[in-house]
Design a protein around this ligand. Structure first.
Ligand SMILES: [Zn+2]
Length: 395
């Protein structure tokens, strides 16, 4: 896609979002935004953005970010919250299709989705996620992660997080409210991995870095050996969690990314190239794929310019940072997948630095290359008590 087309699509999306969404219109008016100006890379930072905080349930503004009437909403997409205060993003059907496509592209490109046969997921099953309760303003809400998992629905999937129904009933009887009791199925995890090793089938183990790290360390202590996996075995991480907190899981320690890679590559006997990372956020449809870089001891993430642009802002002043390798707050801009809510420019709470504005020197992919260095809001990982047993090999 040409730069001109992208900018023109973005300009139209800004005009139409302001038309449909009062809250966004007010933000535009407040900064006297000139809707007629020609957009180019140099003035992208003037595009009025929405702070991700606006989507938080506690702010009670999430419904004001809709561009369509509530009846037209497919459902709310929810972030897995570390604080019990999720982001609630309303989306119409067409926007859901777009982010699913973006994520699928990343899985194909970075996790070799087309060659994978088995998936081992540190996640609850889609069936469970479909039954998780939750509605806002009379409309159903589902985890954003459910939709991402659905991209893999035609694969053989081993879901490792199990829902303990009798525990729920017991808790309900004593506390008069619902609470999820979840545990990791250690037997299934061991069996799935032994199966992959024995049959040497192309498999992908994915999701939570903290859960993988802790469980495989425990496994190693218990069984004194790892696995001799086929060359096709891959590890996919996503959604951060490097400070030891992800969703409602808190392992109480920071995970060093380099240590994680080293540990798991030894444990499975696979190369660093077999790891991939994914960066995305519930508030934006954009998905970025990443590979390991020995030079940076970090995952390098890539944003395809057909999907969007990013801007890095200084933490104190929110002024745009135009240099590489300077940390700042990440803003994601895209005209695609935001027809039904005000999501065209979102200021997130991730602190990142740009490695290159145009191309990755390591893999040759074109686009914006960046890495995540920190998070603005500290994650507290409340709710560990909801979990019954996430570390089956620790005993
Ligand atoms: Zn690269």
């Amino acid at each position: 896609m040409s730069e001109i087309k992208f900018m023109e699509d973005l300009r139209n999306q800004i005009i139409n979002t302001a038309k449909d969404c009062k809250l966004y219109r007010e933000i535009c008016e407040l900064q006297d935004y000139d809707f007629d100006q020609t957009l180019k890379d140099e003035n992208l930072d003037e595009v009025p953005y929405i702070n991700w905080n606006y989507f938080k349930e506690s702010n009670k503004k999430y419904h004001e970010l809709l561009r369509i009437p509530l009846e037209k909403l497919a459902y709310w997409t929810l972030s897995s919250s570390t604080t019990g205060d999720p982001s609630i993003v309303g989306r119409g059907k067409q926007d859901i299709e777009v982010f699913k496509k973006n994520y699928e592209k990343v899985f194909k490109d970075y996790a070799k989705m087309d060659s994978i046969q088995t998936l081992i997921l540190f996640a609850p099953s889609i069936r469970f996620m479909n039954r998780m309760p939750g509605s806002w303003m009379g409309k159903r809400g589902y985890l954003f992660y459910r939709d991402i998992t659905e991209i893999w629905k035609n694969y053989e999937i081993n879901y490792l997080l199990k829902f303990k129904i009798w525990k729920v009933i017991l808790y309900y009887l004593t506390h008069f409210k619902g609470k999820a009791f979840i545990e990791i199925d250690g037997k299934l995890l061991r069996k799935s991995l032994l199966d992959v090793e024995k049959k040497q089938v192309p498999a992908l183990i994915a999701n939570s870095a903290p859960l993988m790290y802790k469980n495989f360390n425990d496994y190693l202590k218990k069984y004194k050996k790892g696995f001799n996996m086929p060359e096709t075995f891959r590890v996919q991480t996503g959604g951060g969690g490097w400070n030891g907190v992800k969703g409602r899981v808190n392992i109480g320690q920071t995970i060093d990314k380099a240590e994680f890679i080293e540990m798991l590559s030894d444990f499975f006997n696979i190369e660093y190239d077999n790891f991939s990372d994914l960066f995305g956020a519930t508030e934006t449809p954009v998905a970025c794929g990443g590979h390991w870089s020995k030079k940076y001891d970090d995952f390098l993430l890539h944003l395809d310019k057909n999907q969007g642009r990013i801007i890095i802002r200084e933490i104190e002043t929110l002024e745009r940072i135009k240099k590489t390798k300077e940390p700042g707050i990440l803003e994601i801009i895209t005209p695609y997948g935001v027809d039904t809510y005000a999501g065209l420019a979102i200021l997130l709470d991730d602190i990142v630095e740009i490695i290159d504005f145009n191309k990755c020197n390591e893999c040759g992919r074109e686009g914006i290359v960046f890495r995540v260095v920190d998070k603005l809001t500290p994650e507290s990982g409340k709710g560990c008590t909801s979990f019954y047993n996430l570390y089956p090999f620790s005993k």
